[in-house]
Write a protein that binds this ligand. Sequence first.
Ligand SMILES: CC(=O)[C@@H](O)[C@H](O)COP(=O)(O)O
Ligand SMILES: NCC(=O)COP(=O)(O)O
Length: 240
Amino acid sequence: MIELGVNIDHIATVRQARRTYEPDPVIAAALAEQGGADGITFHLREDRRHIQDRDVELLKRTVTVKTNMELACADEVVDICCRTQPDWGLLVPESRQEVTTEGGLDVAGDSGRVKSAVQRLKDAGILVSLFIDPDMDQIRAASELGVDAVELHTGPYAIARRDDQKRELDRLASAGEAVTTGGMRLHAGHGLNYTNVRNVAQIPDMIELNIGHSIVSRAVMVGMKEAVAEMRRILDLYAP
Ligand SMILES: CC(=O)[C@@H](O)[C@H](O)COP(=O)(O)O
Ligand SMILES: NCC(=O)COP(=O)(O)O
């Protein structure tokens, strides 16, 4: 059964729109757990556009399923991650101008900075995952760093036109095989929704999917617990 990581960043996006106290991503995380989430994912960005340091502290204390903190390879947030001790640290690329994460981490081209962040998280006893494009050179570089998991960037698949989607899905499946062969857990995420998730869920050896924006969008209509439960039912149907 595929594990569902629910990313609650965009609950915090709504709160930050007014710089106020609601909706609280910590409460949303508890409701996501009740809906069947196997993990809670949260991205402490350097610009703090949504998740705040306070959220990270409270999530660590209140979440009873896996905690998966997303962060850049930057000393300030690596320090916070090592101090907070989530179960997982997912290293992602960041730029101030981006609306959301664009490409995957360039492990092959920037291994010094990535390697340093990976080592610090491992030394702190945190499981490490790298958010990378479905690219063989990047997967090889990730394997050489000895990380515990790779999260394949499903963004290009998610935005592909129908006639390109099969090519992107095949690319994910081939990359997934390389991740598993490399001895790493196979995760995927970004831009997945209640429809396009079905094909990704059926990729062999897929262990975990991290989904946020689509679940939060659905939660606006039906509530967080039901939005997560609906996604859980789809995953159980397509990847029992
Ligand atoms: C890496 C990824 O695809 C997301 O988990 C990330 O959190 C996207 O950034 P925003 O949540 O800020 O859109
Ligand atoms: N790492 C991907 C994630 O956590 C959720 O991405 P999205 O579903 O918000 O695009």
